[in-house]
Design a protein around this ligand. Structure first.
Ligand code: URA
Length: 221
């Protein structure tokens, strides 16, 4: 265990018993986040759905499978990155007798923000990929317009750079033709994040080796 792992575990131990907002009433599990805390790349989603709530793990449902595919197409697995959400507990609503996910409310997002802030302060990623508007509103800027602003690099208070991508659950709701382009945009945005990490690592290495000898190609993770 690295010091980063230990510090993250300490925060997790507090988060899993959190009762700051009313979402604690109906949760099965707090979905804190998981993956490699010693990573240059963190992906931040919206909040747990039914399967995440049931298992305590982020992005394990259909949206998670799509995310895994998009990562894998870029040669990235969950061992390389850290994945978490803006909300750590499921936001749900009962409609016609069945429990459905609902978007996070602003008060819930602010109540949960200290957990995400602590996670990111410990991990200190070079790059954050925000999945969906609630994440982009938190990590990048308020009133984020996903269709206009996704795929663009921003400075973030939580990482050197942040980029927003379409949320995998949104992509799954598209019809066949739109699905293809939306899925391709997710793969492309993750590819851009991968490139950005390499670029930043190259820059850091060049700064350490100011003599004009060839610099060794950095490893992505
Ligand atoms: N959607 C999210 O935003 N996060 C998850 O963990 C699962 C689905």
């Amino acid at each position: 265990m690295t010091e980063i792992d230990e510090r993250l575990e300490e925060v997790k131990a507090k988060a899993v018993v959190c009762r700051i907002c009313e979402l604690c009433e109906n949760r099965t599990n707090v979905v804190f986040g998981e993956g490699n805390p010693n990573t240059p790349m963190v992906l931040v989603g919206e909040g747990p759905g039914a399967q995440e709530d049931a298992t305590g793990r982020p992005f394990v449902g259909r949206a998670g499978q799509l995310l895994d595919q998009a990562l894998l197409e870029n040669g990235i697995t969950r061992k390389h990155v850290y994945i978490c959400n803006v909300l750590k507990c499921r936001a749900s609503i009962i409609e016609n007798g069945s429990v459905r996910n609902r978007p996070p409310r602003p008060q819930e997002m602010s109540a949960c923000l200290p957990w995400l802030e602590q996670q990111l302060a410990i991990i200190k990623p070079l790059v954050i990929v925000s999945l969906g508007a609630p994440s982009a509103n938190t990590i990048i800027h308020k009133d984020f317009r996903m269709m206009k602003e996704r795929g663009i690099w921003y400075a973030s208070e939580y990482a050197k750079y942040a980029i927003a991508a379409l949320h995998p659950a949104y992509i799954l709701r598209q019809d066949a033709e739109t699905f293809k382009t939306a899925r391709a945009s997710l793969v492309a945005d993750i590819a851009a994040a991968r490139q950005k990490v390499l670029e930043l690592k190259r820059e850091a290495k060049a700064e350490q080796n100011p003599e004009p000898k060839p610099v060794e190609e950095p490893k992505l993770f």
